[in-house]
Design a protein around this ligand. Structure first.
Ligand code: PLP
Length: 346
């Protein structure tokens, strides 16, 4: 990426970096206040979370994810860390992950020394495994799993006793008519073998706090909790307080989702005018698009406009004719990126 970054920096009005999915809007002040109020924190934090945080996670899981039946919750230090270490914690020997995917699924399998296979969406074609990653809505494609696709995954899990980890960290960023749903809602009360992975990084602009959680099968969560009690990775108490405040409020999350939706509406038509075709991109924080050319050619074209995006093959070889454009930039930067693209498309 470095040469394209250098090329983009030569632009007279400077570089606009749309290559990283890192939030740029402020952490809501009521969440900052919760963190600050717990800054006197001499004791070790509780691995399972304070009673207040546990109650907040359970309530959120029921009300927002639609979880029913027997389930448990556990706070985690970020979800990247969970993704990277889950195969090790569960001693997984065979891990499946989506063909076009967030790279940490593969890295986590490699850390665990597990066999790893990338798979299509349709679970009826999946080989046997111990752990299968699902990502809905997807990074990078913004694709949402339909209810029937999630049902097929649950059927696969029941038949093969494979643990399903459904990474749903973009669930609250719908971009069209199709609403993303949690695998735990589709499970309708039988959560055996299922985990949903959630993060407050984007929902609440808390990426710097490292605040995330898992929800699902109580037996699985007990197994993870047992390892964590000894392996550490405890969520710091001030962050637990901040998470409790953040999970107790949906309005800031909805307002943030609206901001991203508007940014998408500004950037999307500009990219279309420049000949890009959108694929999926029905949710989440990214535009996944193609001009039918090699990803590096699209990246080069954008870098000459001072814009940095990510080549699709970073997410798997099948992505090598696509690019990922992140919406995690200020309104002003998104507007000038769109203007530069439109100008070039004239
Ligand atoms: C699909 C997916 N999962 C997990 C993460 C990790 O998020 P965090 O560690 O901030 O919770 C990301 C971050 O971009 C992601 O795209």
């Amino acid at each position: 990426m470095a040469p394209y970054g250098d090329r983009a920096r030569l632009h007279a009005e400077g570089i606009i970096d749309l290559s990283q999915g890192t939030p740029v809007d402020p952490t809501p002040s009521f969440i900052q206040a919760a963190l600050i109020s717990a800054s006197d924190s001499p004791r070790y934090p509780i691995t399972i979370g304070t009673p207040e945080l546990r109650a907040a996670m359970r309530k959120w899981a029921e009300e927002v994810l639609g979880v029913t039946g027997d389930f448990d919750v556990l706070p985690t230090i970020g979800s990247k860390e969970l993704v990277a270490w889950l195969p090790t914690i569960l001693s997984s020997k065979k891990v499946l992950y989506p063909k076009i995917a967030y790279p940490t699924y593969l890295v986590g399998a490699m850390i665990a020394n597990a066999d790893h296979t990338s798979v299509d969406i349709d679970a009826s074609s999946w080989p046997d495994a111990d752990l299968a990653w699902v990502n809905t809505p997807s990074n990078p494609t913004g694709r949402i799993h339909s209810e029937s696709e999630l049902k097929a995954i649950i059927d696969y899990a029941r038949k093969t006793s494979t643990v399903i980890a459904s990474d749903e960290c973009y669930l609250n960023f719908p971009a069209g008519d199709m609403k993303p749903i949690s695998i735990l809602q589709v499970a309708a009360g039988n959560n055996t073998g299922l985990l949903a992975v959630h993060s407050l990084s984007k929902r609440s602009n808390l990426a710097g706090y490292r605040a995330a959680l898992i929800v699902g099968d109580p037996k699985l969560i007990a197994e993870i909790r047992e390892v964590r009690k000894h392996a550490g990775m405890m969520v710091p108490l001030p962050v637990q307080r901040a998470m409790t405040a953040a999970l107790g409020d949906e309005s800031h999350a909805t307002a943030q989702a609206d901001l991203y939706r508007k940014r998408r509406e500004v950037l999307r038509p500009a990219l279309e005018a420049a000949g890009f075709t959108m694929e999926f991109s029905n949710a989440g924080l990214y535009i996944w698009c193609t001009r039918g050319e090699k990803d590096w050619d699209s990246i080069a074209w954008l870098s000459d406009r001072g814009i940095l995006a990510t080549p699709g093959h970073f997410y798997g070889p099948d992505g090598d004719h696509h690019i990922r454009v992140a919406l995690t930039a200020t309104d002003a930067d998104i507007a000038s990126a769109a203007a530069r693209i439109l100008e070039a498309a004239k």
